[in-house]
Ligand binder design. Structure first.
Ligand SMILES: NC(=O)c1ccc[n+]([C@@H]2O[C@H](COP(=O)([O-])OP(=O)(O)OC[C@H]3O[C@@H](n4cnc5c(N)ncnc54)[C@H](OP(=O)(O)O)[C@@H]3O)[C@@H](O)[C@H]2O)c1
Length: 247
């Protein structure tokens, strides 16, 4: 029921953090995984050290016009993608007064525009096989306003609604689309949050469980959404946040 073995899975943001941890877990579970990010060295090191069928494509997903080409490169590894995991993200943490058009557009490009236009490239083949999975990454900021989060929160609010709209567009073709909204997990993206012990503790105390997340907390939910076990779930955002948003 939770099997992902043999599935062809593209994971963006796989040069670090959550994307990389999910890519490693899915490869270990027997999937054929293509990792995508800008840093060639990090991707190549990951591929060398990961058992199973893996490949990588180094690309700047912020270059939206290049995504058809990126999609072709992804396909050249194992064939048509069954599952797309949009984990690439960027959080500039800048106050609304200071945000420039460039920062605003970059944040929306990586967090919102690339997931849509990359998915649009991969959906025709998923439709043909009448099976597909798209998993987006939302955030606590999809529904909450955080300090210095205006561009990121706007993008992540968009991700939540885009997930519903993608589900509306494509679920009848056998493609389910869902999002995962993580609480606080230590990665490059949240380095400044975890460097501040008082803030990290405050975030942990805000959860029902009483701690921040670890990568193992995400592998089960991601595998669930990749598998047939979640066949009747679409358009949903699953908070994997230890109950942060329940309080
Ligand atoms: N960590 C958390 O607590 C948390 C909480 C809520 C939501 N999230 C979301 O979860 C996802 C993963 O975040 P993370 O914490 O794992 O962050 P991370 O460790 O900073 O990883 C971000 C990834 O995105 C890639 N990326 C950034 N800009 C890119 C670009 N222009 N083109 C291609 N790839 C690009 C980076 O690779 P390169 O630099 O090599 O390009 C990196 O692999 C993000 O969508 C994030 O918003 C995370």
């Amino acid at each position: 029921m939770f099997e992902v073995s043999g599935k062809i899975i593209a994971v963006t943001g796989a040069s670090s953090g959550i994307g990389q941890a999910m890519a490693s877990h899915l490869a270990k579970s027997g999937a054929k995984v293509i990792a995508i990010a800008r840093r060639t060295e990090a991707l190549s090191k990951w591929a060398e050290n990961t058992d199973g069928s893996v490949g990588f494509v180094a690309a700047d997903l912020g270059d939206i016009d290049s995504l058809a080409n990126v999609s072709q490169k992804i396909k050249s590894h194992f064939g048509n993608v069954d599952i797309l995991i949009n984990a690439a993200g960027l959080n500039p943490r800048i106050h609304a007064d200071e945000v420039t058009k460039k920062i605003w557009n970059e944040t929306l490009d990586i967090n919102l525009n690339a997931p849509f236009f990359l998915a649009q490239q991969m959906v025709p083949a998923m439709k043909e096989s009448k099976w597909g999975r798209i998993i987006n990454f939302a955030s606590l900021q999809s529904e909450r306003a955080f300090e210095n989060g205006i561009s990121y929160g706007t993008a992540k609010g968009g991700v939540m609604q885009m997930t519903r709209a993608m589900a509306q567009a494509w679920s009848k073709d056998g493609i389910t689309v869902n999002a995962i909204a993580p609480g606080f997990f230590p990665t490059e993206l949240t380095a400044s949050v975890f460097a501040n012990e008082a803030l990290a503790n405050q975030n942990a105390n805000q959860t029902c469980i009483g701690r921040n997340g670890t990568m193992d907390d995400l592998t089960g939910p991601v595998q669930f959404l990749c598998s047939n076990a979640s066949a009747y779930i679409t358009g949903q955002t699953l908070y994997v946040d230890g109950g942060f948003t329940a309080k």
